[in-house]
Design a protein around this ligand. Structure first.
Ligand code: AP5
Length: 187
């Protein structure tokens, strides 16, 4: 299966992606995680990306597109993948379309998690206390939510028109949400 998981910051994309990828035995690929690893390892990409992550802004499309193209060329993605956090802009949708067309494959489903804004903020502030992620401050969380609304939410329409989008209630316990995601995949 070739899947996307979308939703605002704190919707549970990463949490659900790891559960689902394990069940389906496909890699979960998080662009945010790859970027954070590059920042930590002080690679050239990490040096370029850090200021965008810290400000809650999107990293420029050319950097992200090259990163994803190279990740999706790796052999473990041949039997499928679950992409978390990509695409986030129309230009990234176009790039993903080209990558998949070049490989002669197509997406199966686009899973979209929906969670109330107050709950998103509470989850991310809670994580800030536990993990200290640099973009989990209240100010940056609000900016990330704005960026999502302005630049990424419009993509839901695109995948809806293509008949790929499946909307999932992301409120409630992690396991309840996983059950809904599994049901959405089986539908
Ligand atoms: P990214 O890492 O993708 O962050 P995000 O979209 O802001 O999402 P989060 O990781 O914060 O939330 P999530 O939905 O994965 O929820 P999670 O499962 O972690 O991107 C970070 C940055 O990288 C971007 O701002 C941008 O700068 C850059 N970037 C990444 N991709 C890019 C792209 N394509 N283009 C350009 N720039 C890009 O859960 C959140 C918390 O809630 C956790 O503590 C979790 O334990 C908890 N939780 C999860 N589910 C539940 C539940 N059901 N109930 C209670 N708590 C829950």
């Amino acid at each position: 299966m070739r899947l996307l998981i979308m939703g605002p910051p704190g919707a549970g994309k990463g949490t659900q992606a790891s559960q689902i990828a394990r069940r389906l035995e496909i890699p979960a690929i998080s662009t945010g995680e790859i970027l954070r690893a590059n920042v930590q390892e002080r690679t050239a990409l990490g040096e370029q990306a850090a200021r965008y992550l810290d400000a809650g802004e999107l990293v420029p499309d050319d950097l992200i597109n090259a990163m994803v193209r190279s990740r999706l060329a790796e052999p473990d993605t041949r039997k499928g993948f679950l992409l978390d956090g990509f695409p986030r802009t129309v230009a990234q949708v176009d790039t993903l379309d080209k990558i998949l067309a070049d490989q002669g494959v197509a997406l199966d489903k686009v899973l979209v998690l929906h969670v109330d804004q107050d709950e998103l903020i509470q989850r991310l502030l809670g994580r800030a206390k536990q993990e200290g992620r640099s973009d989990d401050t209240e100010e940056v969380i609000r900016r990330r939510l704005e960026v999502y609304r302005e630049q990424t939410e419009p993509l839901l329409e695109i995948y809806g028109q293509r008949g790929l989008r499946v909307d999932i209630d992301g409120m409630g316990d992690v396991s309840e949400v996983t059950d809904r995601v599994v049901a959405a995949l089986e539908s």
